[in-house]
Every structure is written in structure tokens, then in C-alpha cells.
Design a protein around this ligand. Structure first.
Ligand SMILES: [Zn+2]
Ligand SMILES: [Zn+2]
Length: 252
């Protein structure tokens, strides 16, 4: 997994959420254009965890930018709730053209094809297996279990599923989880359904295993130093790996 964007805010030095699994399949579309360039054309499958702007911003623009070169439909996978949000608010012929109704240049196939995912069902998409599950962040949002090895929470909040999966399935060995705000911003974190270092510390008490490799992502870049200092203070820093733009994780 190559991290095209590891952060929850876009700055000169930080890119938004996008997780490339191989050249055909990516989770989230926060940074596809600057990172992939024309390799965007190789993508078959874009899984969207939820419709927040930081996870979708490059989806409408990349499809437009590369439209004339696209030779096959781009498949968009998300829950039906998230698909409805994208159709109503982005691909609505007001904010952006409805590319699910526009055929490719030299074909009758549509430019994008939406595929609805159901929670707790396992799907083979490209070369990977995904099981979406509710991560308690927004209406219709999901995390993914990937290849029965990694729990990828995407934006999440207090979520017993994460810990139930890890405690009950020893095949799961990797956890990618978010910390967005320092604990001083607890109210904002709770209102926006995100984790802080202290909320993560509390959540981790539910994990009954020592052998799970834990990765942290989605820090709001402006709070990165504060979050890292706090993780050090509470003794979590040495137990986790902080993801950065261009980090890579071997799934397995
Ligand atoms: Zn986000
Ligand atoms: Zn979000």
C-alpha cells in the first residue's frame, strides 16, 4: 500500500487521503492527480470510505482531466448512502457533470460506474478482498478490512467493530487508524467524530493483543507536532508508526 496522502488537511507540505493498493485499485481520492499523474489512467477501482471533501476532492477533477484518454470506465465503490451523496452533491450537473451518464469518448460505456457496497459483506475488487464495515464517522461511512489482514479504519471515532475484529480474528495483523486532533481539541474531535491521542489510548484498552502493528494517519497537519508530542507523553509514540505522504506498507 502506497500512501499518496496521509493527512487530514491539505497544505504545502501535506496531502489528503488516498491509499494506493496497486496500480489498479485505490482507497479514497484525496490526492490522485499530483501523485499519480497519467498513471490515473491505469486505475480501474476507486473505493470511497465516505464523501467528506478530503477523501473525494480529486475524483471529479481527475475524471475530467483525463476524460479524453480514458479507455475504460472508472469503477467507484462505496456504500449506497455515499453514492447517493456523491450523485446529489457532486455529479449532479450543477457542481460537476454527471459522468455516470456520460459515455467514454469512443465507447458507449459510461465514464464512471457506481457500485454499492454493503457492510460486512466481503468483495473481491481488483487483486484485493475488502470487507466494508461501519466506522461511526458519518452517515454511510465505512472502514475496510483488506485481505483479512489489515483493518483500515479511515476516519473513525469510538468504534467497537475495530476492536472486535482484531480480538476475534488473529489473521488480522495490521491496523491503520486515525488521530486527527490533539486532545485539547476534544470537543471538536467529538463533534466531528474523530480521534485524539487520549481517545485512541482509551480505545486501545479494548485491544486484547500485543501483536498488532498500528499505523496512525489523518493528522490535521497544523497540529502534527502537538499530536506527536502528546503521543510521546502518554507513551504511545513508540508503539505506533506515523504515516507520511509516500509511506509504504507491505500488507501481510
Ligand atoms: Zn478525512
Ligand atoms: Zn471525514
Amino acid at each position: 500500500m502506497k500512501i499518496l496522502g496521509a493527512f487530514g488537511s491539505k497544505t504545502k507540505n501535506s496531502q489528503l487521503s488516498a491509499y494506493l493498493l496497486d496500480e489498479k485499485t485505490v482507497i479514497d481520492a484525496g490526492n490522485l492527480i499530483q501523485s499519480l499523474g497519467r498513471d490515473f489512467l491505469k486505475l480501474d477501482n476507486i473505493l470511497i470510505s465516505h464523501a467528506h471533501f478530503d477523501h473525494i476532492v480529486d475524483l471529479p477533477t481527475a475524471i475530467d482531466t483525463y476524460y479524453s484518454e480514458l479507455r475504460k470506465s472508472v469503477n467507484i465503490f462505496a456504500t449506497q448512502e455515499v453514492i447517493d451523496i456523491l450523485k446529489e452533491n457532486i455529479f449532479n450537473n450543477k457542481v460537476w457533470p454527471d459522468f455516470s451518464a456520460i459515455p467514454l469518448m469512443n465507447s458507449s460505456e459510461k465514464t464512471i460506474v457506481f457500485h454499492a457496497l454493503e457492510y460486512f459483506k466481503e468483495y473481491t475488487i481488483g487483486n484485493f478482498r475488502f470487507k466494508p464495515y461501519p466506522n461511526f464517522h458519518t452517515f454511510g461511512s465505512c472502514g475496510y478490512i483488506i485481505n483479512d489482514i489489515m483493518v483500515f479504519t479511515s476516519d473513525t471515532f469510538l468504534c467497537y467493530h475495530t476492536w472486535d475484529f482484531l480480538n476475534n480474528n488473529k489473521n488480522l495483523k495490521q491496523l491503520v487508524i486515525e488521530v486527527s486532533f490533539p486532545s485539547a481539541y476534544n470537543r471538536l474531535a467529538v463533534l466531528s467524530k474523530h480521534l485524539t491521542p487520549l481517545l485512541l489510548e482509551d480505545e486501545l484498552k479494548k485491544l486484547k493483543r500485543e501483536d498488532v502493528k498500528i499505523y496512525i494517519n489523518h493528522m490535521k497537519y497544523e497540529y502534527m507536532d502537538a499530536i506527536i508530542n502528546e503521543l510521546k507523553e502518554i507513551g504511545l509514540y513508540d508503539k505506533v508508526t506515523i504515516l507520511d505522504d509516500n509511506s509504504e506498507i507491505e500488507i501481510g
